[in-house]
Design a protein around this ligand. Structure first.
Ligand code: GLN
Length: 198
């Protein structure tokens, strides 16, 4: 099975390494053709405005959006979460806009307010996972079809909607493969079994 990583900017190499560690093939996605070759995609952290611009410049925005809408298993981490959101607080822009969530950018503060914590996300595991937040967004609103997976100080930081997962934190910057395994087992494998195919 081939797992794509949107490879313009941000935590690309880290995601590719973790995919390899779990025995899957990681594919760099930079152009429309790369979409033909993948069974899932990870949208990494970085700067959502920059990644959004590059999605437009490379003309990947539309075909990627269509693929996700058609059921491609997708996980957005941090900036990736912002790309997936239909609404962004205080901004008129949106990007892929496939998830029924509203996000607040840099919601935990600036770079110096970046932090780590350990927390159990029951859907993924009964053990604590290390969560790393870097100028992270959180979710301020969700529609009924969105399942909340985790909150920190009453702020939503992990959600699932059909074939899509979004997290404020960066598992790829830790040694913990739990959340990637959760994505592969619960979203990607389910798609293989036809659950999300439209
Ligand atoms: N603050 C960034 C943004 O708004 C996201 C940060 C990250 O991905 N670590 O796009």
């Amino acid at each position: 099975m081939k797992i794509g990583v949107l490879s313009f900017q941000g935590g690309v190499v880290e995601h590719l390494n973790q995919i390899k560690q779990l025995g899957y093939e990681g594919i760099e996605v930079k152009k429309e053709n790369d979409l033909n070759d993948i069974d899932a995609i990870i949208l990494p952290g970085g700067e959502s405005t920059t990644i959004g611009k590059l999605l437009n410049i490379t003309q990947l925005m539309k075909p990627l959006r269509e693929k996700i809408k058609a059921g491609l298993p997708t996980w957005g981490t941090c900036a990736g979460m912002i790309l997936l959101a239909k609404e962004i607080e205080d901004e008129k822009t949106n990007y892929l806009a496939t998830m029924d969530i509203k996000v607040k950018r840099n919601a935990f503060g600036t770079q110096i307010d970046s932090f780590k914590m350990n927390k159990i996300i029951e859907e993924a595991s009964n053990k604590e996972i290390e969560l790393v937040f870097i100028r992270a967004p959180y979710i301020t609103e969700v529609k009924n079809n969105v399942e909340i997976l985790c909150e920190v100080n009453n702020n939503i930081i992990a959600v699932k909607q059909d074939n899509m997962i979004a997290t404020s934190f960066h598992p790829e910057l830790t040694d913990d493969l739990t959340f990637l395994r959760y994505f592969l087992d619960n979203v990607v494998e389910k798609n293989m079994n036809g659950v999300f195919r439209s």
